[in-house]
Design a protein around this ligand. Sequence first.
Ligand code: NAD
Length: 341
Amino acid sequence: MIKVAVNGYGTIGKRVADAVSCQPDMEIIGVSKTKPGAEAYVAKERGYPLYIADISKKDAFIKAGLEVAGSVEEMIQKADIVVDATPGGVGEGNKALYEKYQKKAIWEGGEEHELAGFSFNSSCNYDQAIGRQFARVVSCNTTGLCRIIKLIDSVFGVKKVRATMVRRGGDPGDIKRGPIDAIVLNPVTIPSHHGPDVQSVLPHISIVTSAMIVPTTLMHMHFINMELKNPATKEQVIELIKAHSRLGLIEKSTGITSTAELKEFTSDLLRPRGDLWENGIFADSLSVLDGTDLYLFQAIHQEADVVVETVDCIRAMAGDVKTAMESISITNKAVGLTAIR
Ligand code: NAD
């Protein structure tokens, strides 16, 4: 069993902990919080040993009825690998600790590529993660872009990608985030950082991205155009998507035309937390014009898609599974991911 510690038990960390704990080859040896609160109670409920970043806060946890297993430094020593899901920018400061104890570590997309020197996506570069000490799982938007671009590129060749991200303002629990009533260009300048982030995984892809933030919490929406090197048909692309276990296809017959209905659908399917781990590609939006001009809309659930990728990254770095296909299949089966059709 691979011993996994989750440093930063928040939106991503709590999902990673649950996904890891149902894998046949992994176990959670601890999760960390900075202060007592609802998520700490959930960790207790799940039976995850709770470690704290600042041990001087121990009394506050004890007063709240939360047992403290020790400090984050102690947790790291017990782990084979640490998933650092602390807020973007905070994880950088933890690198010295992982180096001190010669532990493997995975950061999430809020950290820079340079921190780990390697950016990961299960469908694109699993084999390059094998045995590494450090990796970064790219952000939710980049994960969604990489999955579909890699698939289309490997079959038809991609000359150029143009993509616009309509981004959720904050996660559902983020009561302080906005905007409340605005469309914010983020950034105003074009290209946005998402294109270079895709290139940290797929360096040969020519891509230009732009992004704006809107007042919603549920999901992001991407509008993607790919100029292909070789002609394709809509039917061929649909068949390829159907054969990919992390690309979901939202058929016209579902009546779903929005992120809200999609979230309702995944909740009704009794997915944990209503999570959409796969890309939500709208089948009706998929169009191939003039033979080589591909268009589609896809919904990306920011809280969920990177979770299954993180599990594969753990397995590549610290496990025995040598192929992406095998790891993806183990991960999907364990969490109950059958891509929507
Ligand atoms: P979050 O704020 O929801 O959770 C972070 C957790 O880390 C909190 O529980 C906090 O208490 C804890 N924490 C803060 N400082 C800490 C410290 N010094 N030591 C230990 N724990 C500490 O953040 P999140 O949204 O889960 O983001 C985590 C990472 O995942 C970031 O890199 C982010 O960019 C990335 N990411 C987030 C999303 C998203 O939509 N939420 C999507 C993809 C990737």
